[in-house]
Design a protein around this ligand. Structure first.
Ligand SMILES: [Zn+2]
Length: 368
C-alpha cells in the first residue's frame, strides 16, 4: 500500500500542462491513494511515488511524474502539505540535476585528489578544520551521533530525572569554568547511555556521550567530571572534526564543496573513526591539561582523571575492545603528568555534593 493510501483524500483546483504546448487546462486535482488529474479532455492517474516537484515560487506548486514532460500547477496549502507527506521522492532530483551533480562531483573529486596529493591528508585536515563553520559542525554532529550509537549497539538513553538534573549541574559548572578562558562552547549536549563499557566520546558540534560503565566504575564524582572535562578538551580543540576529516579524506572535502554533509559515503567511516581511531598523543596531552585546568576552576579534583584511568586499566573484566583506554592509552608518564598539573591540594576537592553524586549514579535507573 502506498504511503497515505488510507489518509483522507485532498482536492484542489489546478492547471494542467501537457508538456508539448504552453496552454493550460483547468483541472481538478485529487490525492487519495493516487494523484488524479481530471478536466475537459484530461484524465490522468499518477502514482504518488512517481511525483516530483519542479522549482516554483510558493504558494505555487508545480508537480509531475518523473521522466515525463507533463505538469500540474496549483496554489493550495492543504494539497501541498498532503503531497509532501505522501510522496517521499517529491524533492528528489533524478533528471537533468543528476547529470549536473555528476559533473560537479567529478570536478570536486579531481580538485580534492589534487589537494590531498599536494598537501597530504593530515595537513589538509589541519588547514580545513578552522574553516568549518560551527553551524556545519553542529549539523555534522547531529548526523554522526545516530551512526555512532548504532556502532555502539544502540544503548538506551539514561533519563532518570534527578540524575539528569545532577548531570546538568555538573555540565553547567564545567561550562562556566570553561567560559572564563573562552574555551567552552555555549551549547554542550552531554548524554548518558546505558552500556557496561567504561567510555566517553566527543563528537563534532560539542556533543559528548558518556557510557554508564564509566559512572559505575567511578568512585568519586570528580572521576566522571574529569573524563567529561577531558572530552570537552577535545571539543574545544575540535579534535573530533579533525579526526573525521582524516578518516574520510577526500569524501569530506567533496561533501563540503557540494554542501552535502549527510552523504552516506562518509558517515560510516566517520562513526568508526570517532569510536576507535583515537587522537594523537599531543591531542591527548592537551585534552588532559584542559581537563585539569577546567576541574580546578570548577572547584574539583583534576587528579581524579588519573585515578579513574588507572582503575579501568587494572580491571580484570575489562571489556577491552572499546573502553576508554583503547582510545586513551594510559602510561605511567601520563598519569604522573596529570597529577603534577593538578597539584597536591587537588585530591581534597569534590565537584558535586553527595546527593548529586548519588543521583548521577542512578541516572540509568535500576539495573535491568
Ligand atoms: Zn582523549
Amino acid at each position: 500500500m502506498p504511503p497515505g493510501a488510507d489518509a483522507p483524500p485532498v482536492e484542489a483546483a489546478g492547471r494542467y500542462f501537457n508538456g508539448a504546448s504552453a496552454r493550460p487546462h483547468q483541472v481538478c486535482l485529487r490525492l487519495d491513494g493516487r494523484f488524479r488529474v481530471t478536466g475537459p479532455g484530461v484524465a490522468r492517474d499518477w502514482n504518488p511515488l512517481d511525483l516530483r516537484a519542479a522549482d516554483s515560487m510558493p504558494p505555487l506548486m508545480r508537480v509531475g511524474p518523473a521522466h515525463e514532460p507533463e505538469r500540474v500547477e496549483f496554489s493550495d496549502d492543504a494539497l501541498a502539505a498532503a503531497l509532501a507527506a505522501r510522496c517521499p521522492d517529491l524533492h528528489r532530483r533524478d533528471e537533468a540535476g543528476g547529470v549536473l551533480r555528476l559533473v560537479l562531483w567529478s570536478v570536486a573529486a579531481g580538485l580534492s585528489v589534487l589537494l590531498v596529493a599536494i598537501l597530504g591528508v593530515p595537513h589538509l585536515a589541519r588547514l580545513l578544520v578552522p574553516l568549518v563553520p560551527e553551524t556545519v559542525e553542529a549539523r555534522l554532529g547531529a548526523t554522526v551521533e545516530p551512526q555512532v550509537l548504532r556502532l555502539l549497539g544502540s544503548p538506551p538513553a539514561c533519563t532518570e530525572a534527578s540524575g539528569r538534573a545532577a548531570l546538568a549541574r555538573l555540565v553547567a559548572r564545567l561550562a562556566a569554568a570553561g567560559q572564563a578562558d573562552g574555551a567552552s562552547p555555549s551549547d554542550l549536549a552531554v548524554s548518558v547511555r546505558r552500556q557496561g563499557t567504561a567510555n566517553a566520546f566527543a563528537l563534532p558540534g560539542a556533543r559528548v556521550i558518556l557510557l554508564s560503565g564509566l559512572i559505575e566504575r567511578a568512585k568519586a564524582p570528580d572521576e566522571v567530571a574529569a573524563v567529561l572535562a577531558h572530552e570537552l578538551g577535545h571539543v574545544s580543540a575540535r579534535d573530533p572534526t579533525r579526526s573525521l576529516i582524516r578518516a574520510s579524506g577526500t569524501s569530506f572535502l567533496l561533501s563540503l564543496i557540494l554542501g552535502d554533509l549527510t552523504g552516506s559515503t562518509m558517515i560510516v567511516a566517520i562513526g568508526q573513526a570517532l569510536l576507535s581511531a583515537g587522537y594523537s598523543r599531543e591531542a591527548e596531552r592537551a585534552a588532559d591539561a584542559h581537563a585539569v585546568g577546567l576541574m580546578a576552576r570548577a572547584g574539583g579534583n583534576g587528579a581524579a582523571l588519573a585515578d579513574v584511568l588507572e582503575r579501568i586499566s587494572s580491571d580484570d573484566d575489562r571489556r577491552g575492545t572499546l573502553d576508554l583506554l583503547r582510545t586513551h592509552p594510559l602510561t605511567a608518564e601520563r598519569a604522573a603528568a596529570i597529577r603534577a598539573l593538578a597539584g597536591p591540594e587537588a585530591p581534597g576537592r569534590q565537584i558535586l555534593s553527595a546527593e548529586d553524586w548519588a543521583a548521577l549514579k542512578g541516572i540509568c535507573g535500576p539495573s535491568p
